[in-house]
Design a protein. Structure first.
Lengths: 88, 480
């Protein structure tokens, strides 16, 4: 598997990450190894679409409960009072 | 001398043989004495811990299962008014305005939160070396890893700073450090414990896990945490077992499946020997060993790498400098703000976000993510098949004992392979337990037991039976 530094640069841009020159070198080298690892899944013979039994690991069980009014945030006039999350 | 187990502490505080303040002071003293060397805690919350202990002493309710018991919590679990960093510079100053559901339940059970423990950044790692707050060290050998990502919580329990601790699991982040530090670690079934307030990494696998010095303490801790939560739609509504009542059932007639084909490659001989001896001990205790096959388990690391990086690349999109965490001060455009703010991520996080972006990108989605989802379902079918012959499945928790710090930092594939035996449980959602099963060259080895979905009871039952016939639980690191 080949992975060029240009490929890595493009991925970094897609992920909104800025890489140092050292990171670019390391990732270019390491991604070839990691890609070789993940490509092992190609050996598994299976459909990836159409077989519903293979789309979910756990049987989907939508949680249901009575639709009851619960306490919510305090109202201050016509606005919600939310917890402080910023300093100052 | 403070008692070692949560059960003994609870008894002593409930009967007023000891005060919660005495217990709390002893725990804080132990943290003070050891943390400089081992770096288990990112934040120590001494003042509030003592205040909480005082409040307990003023009105001790003897029915509370964790009355006065000190607890350490991984720093990716939100604590109201106490900074929660997830081991990242990005959240260095983040002080949550709310408690995670597991924190509320710990408090309701009478526990005393001592502080927040060190971990790999956003729980991405197997060595607690990818923490922005410094490397954590194994108390059995300080030049070695404590495992990860919940390394700090494992150290806290191994050294008796706290008898119990919380971690989080995505691919083995509780069981692997538990094995490497010589304590008990549990990853419950996906959905058994609420994740409200657990900082998201890979949402189809993340789960809050439990550490204890004994299987019994882990059972008590799970009991306090498990059950539905209106704040978490993935928390299962099914009834919770009575875990402590499972502990004394023994293993007579229990069928233990051993996937021998899986255990040939890459398992250190000392680890293999300890696990084999543990299985013999379980057999002598009345269990039956049966061969099982898990043909898709060999794809676990590849599959896990695809799924966790893909989901992380989506989940960590929220750290953009706009809404959460670190914001670069000198950005001139929005793009620039994203790039400069996200520069605060460490190297492993960057690596995974890029890989995740790659496996989800156009033209690769079917080859990687959709394929990985199919392999997960096939792996789940393997386990279902195996559970027709066996009640639990046994294997090593980790293929090696604690490796040297730095040894795998430049080789991510080797680092990812640390989870080779643990990630299957996360991929399939099944519960799994690691119990200490001996030593190899002075370093702890863990035996891993995987069970049917929502059958934590059988795991705890088998773990407790094994523990009662061995002395590993009482072995403590000498120099710590």
């Amino acid at each position: 598997v080949s992975f060029t530094s240009e490929d890595v640069r493009r991925l970094a841009a897609l992920a909104r990450l800025e890489l140092s020159p050292a990171e670019l070198d390391d990732f270019t080298r390491q991604f070839a190894d990691i890609l070789e690892l993940v490509r092992q899944v190609e050996d598994v013979q299976s459909a990836t679409t159409g077989d519903l039994s293979l789309e979910h690991v756990l049987p989907p069980s939508p949680p249901v409960r009575e639709d009851e009014v619960q306490p919510s945030l305090d109202l201050g006039g016509r606005q919600f009072k939310v917890p402080r999350v910023l300093n100052g | 001398m403070t008692p070692r187990s949560a059960a003994e502490i609870r008894r002593a505080v409930a009967s007023r043989e000891m005060t919660a303040v005495e217990v709390c002071r002893a725990a804080l003293a132990r943290v003070e004495a050891l943390n400089q060397t081992l770096n288990a805690f990112i934040t120590i919350d001494a003042e509030r811990a003592l205040a909480r202990a005082q409040a307990i002493d003023a009105n001790p309710d003897p029915t509370l299962p964790l009355l006065g018991v000190p607890v350490a919590v991984k720093d990716n679990i939100c604590t109201r008014g106490l900074r929660t960093t997830a081991g990242s510079r990005v959240l260095e100053d983040y002080v949550p305005p709310y408690d995670a559901t597991v924190i509320e339940r710990l408090t309701a059970a009478g526990a005393v939160l001592i502080g927040k423990t060190n971990c790999d950044e956003f729980a991405m790692g197997s060595s607690t070396e990818h923490s922005a707050f410094g490397v954590a060290r194994n108390p059995w050998a300080q030049d070695r890893t404590a495992g990860g990502s919940s390394g700090g919580s494992a150290i806290a329990v191994a050294t008796g700073m706290t008898p119990i601790a919380l971690g989080s699991e995505t691919g083995g982040s509780v069981r692997q450090p538990a094995a490497l530090c010589g304590v008990v670690g549990l990853k419950p079934t996906y959905g058994r414990v609420s994740r409200y307030g657990l900082i998201a990494f890979s949402s189809s696998m993340d789960q809050v896990g439990q550490f204890g010095a004994t299987v019994g303490d882990v059972a008590t801790l799970l009991q306090a945490l498990a059950g539905p939560d209106a704040h978490d739609a993935t928390a299962a509504s099914r009834p919770v077992d009575d875990y402590p009542s499972a502990l004394a059932r023994g293993v007579t007639g229990l069928r233990i499946g051993v996937p021998r084909a899986l255990l040939g490659d890459g398992v250190e001989s000392g680890v293999a020997a300890a696990v084999t001896a543990a299985l013999d001990e379980l057999r002598r205790s009345g269990a039956t060993l049966v061969d099982v096959a898990l043909p898709h388990a060999r794809y676990a690391t590849a599959t896990y790498t695809i799924v966790n990086t893909a989901e992380a690349s989506s989940n960590l999109g929220r750290y953009d400098g706009v809404r959460y965490g670190y914001r670069a001060a000198d950005a001139t455009t929005l793009q620039d703000l994203y790039l400069r703010s996200r520069a605060a991520f460490g190297k492993e996080v960057k690596r995974r976000l890029m890989l995740g972006t790659y496996v989800l990108s156009g033209g690769y989605y079917d080859a990687f993510y959709a394929k990985a989802q199919a392999v997960r379902a096939l792996l789940r079918q393997d386990y279902e098949q195996a559970f027709t012959r066996a009640d639990v499945i046994a294997m090593p928790t980790s293929p090696t004992t604690a490796f040297r710090l730095g040894a795998r930092l430049d080789d991510p594939v080797q680092m990812y392979l640390a989870d080779v035996f643990t990630s299957s449980a996360n991929l399939t959602g099944l519960p799994a337990l690691s119990v200490p099963c001996g030593f190899s060259e002075g370093l702890p080895v863990g035996l891993q037991l995987t069970g049917r979905a929502f059958d934590e009871s059988t795991l705890l039952q088998a773990g407790a039976a094994y523990e009662s016939r061995t002395t590993w639980a009482s072995e403590r690191p000498g120099r710590a």
